[in-house]
Design a binder for this molecule. Structure first.
Ligand SMILES: [Zn+2]
Length: 170
């Protein structure tokens, strides 16, 4: 079966039990920024239900310019006031620093991996800290905007908080 046909067959089953539209604004006024890893359920890990939060995913839970753009839209148009950044154990992004993997990228793409904006990192907690800093420093979001960071353990389902040294009162 072609991909589109497979998806349409699955969609017909979805539509048959569709409960009706939710309100567009996240009920908990929250955004979850996390990795695309299949072992992460971004709502369940924080006790959230569909409709509670916006979810922004990419490879590595990196707070990119596009994530900041989406946080702005979420805040400005749909009323969210806080974000959590959730990286995780066993993430693939550190592998992009491996010379063997980089050599393979070069062979597969014909491009210099150093020139590609792949955003690899060695330490998920450090990357979360950097992401929180980008959120706090973004002129797109108000000073009252709240942000917290975690590393999710894919083996236990537990979140470990990422401390931010130098942040008063936390
Ligand atoms: Zn990951």
């Amino acid at each position: 079966m072609r991909l589109a046909d497979e998806i349409l067959a699955a969609n017909a089953r979805h539509a048959a039990i569709f409960p009706g539209s939710l309100a567009p604004g996240p009920a908990r006024r929250l955004v979850v920024v996390t990795c695309m890893d299949v072992r992460i359920d971004p709502l369940a890990l924080a006790g959230l239900e569909p409709g509670d939060a916006h979810v922004l995913r990419n490879a590595g839970a990196v707070v990119t310019e596009d994530v900041l753009r989406s946080l702005f839209v979420s805040h400005s148009l749909l009323g969210t006031t806080a974000a959590i950044v959730v990286a995780h154990t066993e993430c693939g992004l550190p592998r992009l620093l491996d010379p063997e993997v980089r050599a393979r990228v070069e062979v597969e793409t014909g491009l210099d991996p150093g020139a590609l904006d792949l955003r690899p990192f060695a330490d998920p907690a450090a990357e979360v800290r950097a992401g929180l800093r980008r959120i706090r420093e973004s002129p797109l979001l108000p000073a009252s905007y709240e942000a917290a960071g975690f590393v999710y353990d894919v083996a236990t389902g537990r979140l470990a908080p990422v401390e931010e040294p130098g942040l008063a009162g936390s």
